[in-house]
Design a protein around this ligand. Sequence first.
Ligand code: FES
Ligand code: FES
Length: 154
Amino acid sequence: MQKKEITFILNGKKVWVEVKPYEKLLDVLRDKLGVKSPKYGCGRGECGACSVLLDGKAIRSCIVYAIEVDGHEVTTVEGLQANGLTPLQKSFLAHNSFQCGFCAPGMIIQATELLNENPHPDEEEIREYIAGNLCRCTGYNPIVEAILDVAKKG
Ligand code: FES
Ligand code: FES
């Protein structure tokens, strides 16, 4: 199948990459562009491990075709921390919100979107917002506490 060159802003820099029409954004980010924070969990849009921001909105990069981001802006955790850890990341560390860490990049992306849209969410709003991001280790409480802490201070 014919390849197409796409151009988009990745973590603040313009990138060009040749993709096949059926290639998913997650695979292109990880395998062609060396951006490893988005993780392959379910591959079906159900776990949130592959979440990235597309024009500021959290999306599941395992179910988005790479050609769909042509001309758009994609941000991953690497981009968020370009100038050092964000308050949210620091809060995750302070609250021991990771165990294996597999869910962490997706959680950070999802919580970043939440705090951008609503800087002071309450606990219920946080739980609802991250409900689609699965964590098999923490029981979610340390994650919610980390986000809540930033929401209270922010
Ligand atoms: S890997 Fe994309 S949602 Fe699970
Ligand atoms: S820390 Fe292991 S899946 Fe969340």
